[in-house]
Ligand binder design. Structure first.
Ligand code: AHG
Ligand code: MN
Ligand code: MN
Ligand code: MN
Length: 334
């Protein structure tokens, strides 16, 4: 039986694409893969280990942190610190960015922004959750890396990816040359290439949005939802609504099957709920690299100015034709 290529073999093989890199990015991706395997081990036994439920603390988002939020955050930060390739980590679970290097002269090349555990509301009910990461090259050239090194626009990302802890555990990432998916083979403890060159269908029949907020949606979103539900016997059947409540799981499904995920502005989230730096930008990079589209309803996500670490944004992301149709309605009705 042919053994699929492991993540490590693939990274080394693709390293030739980056003549400037002398292996640091490869090692950084390896470090992230190691932390993902450690988090996966806890996720898989969550019902048995004391890793479910509330941590009893609140993060800067005003969210009650789950034990697994904190555990995953600790594992990824520790792996990045010991790997030595990352100088700053910006995490959903930390108020400010964390400077990993103690010795200024050896400030590492890369910045990592991370949502260590995405879909926390699903942890205790055994529904798909994930991790999202975004990698930038530091821009500052002397002294310690600074906040400006983190607040870079999405177009500046050198890599982005996510882990989905679902029926199987997958790591999906891009370095700007397409999207590749790796499935964890627990029997050998390796992520193995299972979804080479992933492409999102240009169209789809799945729309993913929390319709509980319908009353407060912008008119353009309300019109798009009605468009999804309409049966026009000449050209269009009603679409299917699917909403998991974990951004990673909803977007991963759409990447494979085609579809659109929308988290617009709502009354309780007037700037949108999802965070630009470690949710919207990495997922937008991945979906664009897979041939899809990602905007805030009006502007491309990857072009948005980044002014704050925990800045929020509306997001319309997925199959190109579906996002385009939603943007048309936003332009016309909102
Ligand atoms: P996180 O668990 O990292 O805070 O992210 C949760 C996000 C995202 O995963 C999901 O799409 C969205 O919150 C769900 O929000 P609602 O419960 O408001 O629909
Ligand atoms: Mn959260
Ligand atoms: Mn999240
Ligand atoms: Mn999170």
């Amino acid at each position: 039986m042919k053994i699929a290529k492991t993540l490590g073999q693939f990274i080394i093989e693709k390293q030739a694409d980056f003549p400037y890199a002398k292996g640091e990015l490869s090692r950084l991706l390896r470090d992230i893969g190691i932390a993902a395997k450690i988090v996966n081990r806890e996720v898989n036994k969550a019902g048995l280990a004391d890793i479910l439920g509330e941590n009893g603390t609140t993060n800067i988002q005003g969210e009650g942190q789950k034990k697994l939020d904190v555990y995953a955050n600790e594992q990824f930060i520790s792996a990045l610190k010991h790997g030595g390739e990352c100088c700053i980590v910006a995490s959903e679970e930390n108020d400010d960015y964390i400077h990993l290097d103690t010795d200024v002269s050896t400030d590492a090349k890369y910045i990592v922004a991370i949502d260590p555990l995405d879909g926390s509301s699903n942890i205790d009910v055994n529904v798909g959750i994930g991790t999202i990461f975004s990698i930038y090259r530091r821009k500052s050239t002397k002294g310690r890396a600074v906040l400006q090194d983190v607040l870079q626009r999405g177009v500046e990302q050198v890599a982005a990816g996510y882990v989905i802890y679902g029926s199987s555990t997958m790591l999906v990432y891009t370095t700007g040359k397409g999207v590749n998916g790796f499935t964890l083979d627990p029997s050998i403890g390796e992520f193995c290439l299972s979804h080479p060159e992933m492409k999102i269908p240009k169209d789809g029949v799945i729309y993913s949005i929390n319709e509980g907020y319908y009353v407060h949606f912008p008119d353009g979103v309300k019109k798009y939802i009605k468009y999804c539900q309409v049966e026009d016997d000449k050209t269009k059947r009603p679409y299917t609504s699917r909403y998991i409540g974990s951004m990673v799981a909803d977007i991963h499904r759409n990447l494979i099957k085609g579809g659109i995920f929308i988290y617009p502005i709502t009354a309780s989230a007037p700037k949108g709920k999802l965070r630009l730096v470690y949710e919207c930008n990495p997922m937008a990079f991945i979906i664009e690299q897979a041939g899809g589209k990602a905007s805030n309803g009006y502007e491309r996500i990857l072009d948005l100015e980044v002014t704050e670490l925990h800045q929020r944004s509306a997001i319309f992301i997925g199959s190109e034709n579906m996002v385009h149709k939603a943007e048309e309605m936003m332009a016309y009705f909102s």
